[in-house]
Design a protein around this ligand. Structure first.
Ligand SMILES: NC(=O)c1ccc[n+]([C@@H]2O[C@H](COP(=O)([O-])OP(=O)(O)OC[C@H]3O[C@@H](n4cnc5c(N)ncnc54)[C@H](OP(=O)(O)O)[C@@H]3O)[C@@H](O)[C@H]2O)c1
Length: 331
């Protein structure tokens, strides 16, 4: 099968090539999915570069290979397409079913085919019916970005009437976080570059701020019940200052120095730092399905690329100005 393969860690051009890879075969309990679309996420570009602080990077290098990938690596944390074959014992899916999937650390979305467990007790992977009426390009935005966004919004304890600040609102997770916080009844202020402001308003942000704004509370005009810091560049001090006493800050990138600062802030001001990663358990899927059924989620797709243009897709995904989700069309 055709796949985008990473043979070393580094820039898109030095790491990635499109080539042949063995077509996977479904074992008992697995489904073989013909992939039609997958996203290129910030997570993919970070793994491609192994751009992590040492305390995360060490574990990931032990898993994928210390100095270069142990075996040719096919990136892609999500995908959407149709079931081509089901291994023995699979009753949940049959050939032809339209599905979306989260591939977890198995990755593999950037290829013509992928095999995943139809049911995973540990919820490290997920295969689920794609929403009816959604294209594969739209459906593939859900398993990674929408699940993360729901997790962060719920971790912040967002409730009706809350003032919520979302830092990095114009990216993959952020565009869903804006919509979910609004669906939970909050008033949303979203921070990102000016060229994404119109889009962020269109999907539900009540107020938008530019990345360069020094005071998110705008002189006390607005104080936040929660701040959801999605970009790794979320300014911690600026975010905490914009919170009410007792407010919550949730960070997608829990760097060690921020954990220490979070502890100090908790003791001195009662503002709380919360962290964590999204799950893919049936309860998490049910939340996504409920939001989709309510019409609350509209995927934002900044750019679409063919699998052959994988280098350009990675360059765009890590460029300044990247908007929403980056989708690869495959097959
Ligand atoms: N905790 C977890 O388990 C977990 C899970 C998934 C992802 N993550 C992390 O979450 C992060 C974001 O993921 P994503 O997929 O949403 O990334 P993304 O699509 O790149 O979105 C980040 C957004 O933030 C914007 N931005 C950059 N600097 C900013 C600043 N100073 N203020 C406000 N906005 C700024 C970016 O704009 P420009 O692109 O124009 O600079 C972009 O629109 C990644 O670092 C990823 O590793 C964590």
């Amino acid at each position: 099968m055709k796949a985008a393969i990473a043979t070393r860690y580094g820039s898109p051009k030095e790491s990635l090539r499109v080539g042949d890879a063995p077509k996977p075969r479904p074992d008992a309990g697995e489904v073989l999915i013909r992939v039609e679309a997958a996203t290129v996420s910030a997570g993919d570009t970070e793994i491609r570069q192994m751009a992590f602080p040492w305390y995360f990077g060490l574990g990931l290098r032990a898993y994928f290979g210390f100095f270069r990938p142990r075996r040719p690596l096919i990136l892609g944390q999500d995908l959407a397409g149709s079931v081509e074959a089901a291994g023995s014992g699979v009753t949940k899916f049959k050939p032809g079913d339209r599905v979306m999937a989260f591939t977890g650390l198995k990755l593999g979305g950037h290829a013509e085919y992928a095999c995943l467990p139809a049911d995973d007790d540990k919820h490290e992977y997920l295969v689920a019916p794609a929403p009816k009426g959604w294209s594969a390009a739209e459906a593939t935005t859900l398993p990674f970005a929408a699940f993360e966004a729901i997790f962060f919004v719920d971790k912040a304890g967002v409730k009706p009437g809350d003032e919520v600040l979302i830092v990095g609102g114009g990216g993959s997770i952020g565009t869903f976080a804006i919509q979910i916080a609004r669906a939970r009844g909050a008033r949303v202020t979203a921070v990102d570059r000016a060229d994404k402001h119109a889009m962020m308003r269109e999907i539900g942000a009540d107020h938008v701020l530019d990345v360069g704004v020094r005071d998110y509370s705008e002189g006390g005009a607005r104080q936040f019940d929660s701040v959801i810091g999605i970009t790794a560049r979320t300014p911690f001090g600026r975010s905490v200052r914009a919170l009410r006493r007792g407010g919550v800050i949730v960070l997608a990138n829990p760097w060690i120095n921020l954990l220490i600062r979070g502890l100090i802030v908790r003791i001195t001001s009662g503002k709380r730092l919360r962290l964590g990663a999204a799950g893919h358990a049936p309860a998490d899927l049910a939340k996504v399905e409920a939001l989709v059924a309510d019409g609350a989620l509209k995927p934002v797709i900044g750019e679409t690329f063919a699998l052959d243009d994988i280098v350009a897709a990675h360059r765009y995904a890590e460029s300044v100005g990247k908007t929403g989700n980056v989708v690869l069309k495959i097959g």
